[in-house]
Design a protein around this ligand. Structure first.
Ligand code: SIN
Ligand code: CO
Length: 410
């Protein structure tokens, strides 16, 4: 982790070297954020207030065509949803959808949402890269919605930050910072009971709206349109707690003891009410739980492993005819290496977390953070570490698992 704030100009120059080309550096004003620097955006707007950005990405093209999106929604390992509002009735269905299960584009008032498109398409992944001025640990996915004229998902709020980028056609957004977030009852999706919009805009291709959590919003297509949602993950306290306790249980809390410590009650008397929970038993369990301890290092290991875990539907494509190690090294030294678009690589001051696995790898400190930040390494850089056979063995293993690929994307 950088010791100084990334706002520091020297750090900004250094960081530029390891950021992917699409991602703006913290102190450089960018059209993506309406001429603000990422540092200014994070200070003034992130988690605080909405921001409308006209022409955030001028000349944008939808990362996928309508037909490509429909084809993705037909696949078993892609999460998709169809929302219709025919005859003023909301209906909701989960995919996959074969093309003939979707209404025609001429039918009004329906929308198809395809989640995690960045996991399936490099163009979508490249678009997500532009938003890496926020930490990867917070970035969730890129969803693409297709809506026919009048289509939308109804007035609602989200519990996470989102950038809504118009990539095709027009959409009218209305938003409000209302306190009343009660929902209409008896509907298959979350629709606000009393939507009170305060602002309204029509977004055209390239325009973008940033919304912090809990801002009420409703986007209605004007003609057919496509919108990309760049969403961030915001785990609830109960999710964090349950995941951490699960991680702790999996890791084991019997620190170093070969035999697990078992519950014991040598003083248990015979009972006349066998169904009654003995208070002493509850007390003993309480005493065992009160002894469960964890360190800051445990918390880091949990956070890194958990947040780098691939989503449940992710399957890596291992190379069909993998290069042996020597040929892998020769090719990587020529063409460089790139993290697969599905790979999540995070790091802290002690460890690396790659797709849910923790590595200590002290010897990789000179190059692995840069690979994690820029998600690729050119051939020249690879040559300098190719003398360390431990590292090339490891990278070759990651390549065989489909976690990294040979070559650097343009
Ligand atoms: C959409 O793209 O239709 C919905 C996105 C959102 O409101 O979060
Ligand atoms: Co929303």
């Amino acid at each position: 982790m950088p010791k100084r704030s990334p706002d520091h100009p020297v750090d900004a120059r250094k960081r530029r070297a390891s950021l992917p080309p699409a991602c703006p550096a913290p102190d450089v004003p960018t059209p993506l954020l309406g001429g603000l620097t990422p540092a200014q955006f994070m200070r003034k707007y992130w988690q605080k207030k909405p921001l409308l950005i006209r022409q955030a990405i001028p000349d944008i093209e939808a990362p996928l065509t309508r037909d490509e999106l429909f084809a993705l929604a037909d696949s078993d390992d892609v999460e998709s949803r169809l929302i219709t509002h025919f005859r003023r009735r909301w209906a909701f269905e989960h995919g996959p959808f074969s093309p003939d299960e979707l209404p025609t584009p001429r039918t009004r008032q329906w929308t198809l949402l395809v989640q995690g498109v960045d996991l399936h398409d490099d163009r979508a992944r490249a678009l997500l890269e532009r938003f890496r001025f926020a930490p990867d640990a917070r970035l969730d996915d890129l969803m693409i919605s297709y809506a026919s004229d009048g289509g939308g998902v109804g007035p609602h709020f989200d519990s996470y930050d989102v950038f809504l980028l118009q990539v095709h056609g027009k959409r009218r957004w209305r938003i409000g910072a209302q306190r009343d977030l009660s929902l209409q009852e008896g509907l298959p999706l979350k629709i606000l009971a009393n939507f009170q919009p305060e602002e309204e805009w029509v977004l055209e291709p390239g325009d973008m709206l940033y919304l912090p959590p809990h801002i009420a919003h409703d986007g209605i297509a004007e003609g057919e349109c496509m919108t990309c949602s760049i969403g961030f993950r915001s785990p609830s306290t109960s999710e964090l707690t349950s995941q951490f306790l699960y991680w702790l249980a999996e890791r084991g809390t019997d620190d170093g003891n070969r035999q697990p410590t078992l519950y014991r009650d040598p003083d248990q008397p015979a009972v006349t009410h066998p169904a009654q929970l003995p208070p002493a038993l509850v007390e003993r369990v309480g005493a065992v739980l009160a002894k469960v301890r964890w360190s800051d290092a445990d918390v880091s290991s949990f956070v890194g492993s958990w947040l780098s875990e691939p989503k449940a539907n992710v399957v890596f494509d291992a190379p069909e005819k993998p290069l042996d190690e020597a040929r892998f090294v020769t090719r990587a030294a020529k063409y460089g290496i790139t993290l697969d678009r599905r790979t999540i690589l995070l790091y802290d001051s002690r460890s690396y977390y790659l797709n849910g696995e923790q590595y200590l790898l002290k010897e990789a400190r000179k190059w692995l953070p840069a690979l994690a930040d820029s998600r690729s390494m050119d051939g020249k850089r690879f040559v300098t570490l190719s003398h360390d056979s431990c590292m090339t063995v490891l990278l070759h293993e990651w390549y065989r698992a489909g976690w990294i690929r040979v070559g650097v994307l343009a």
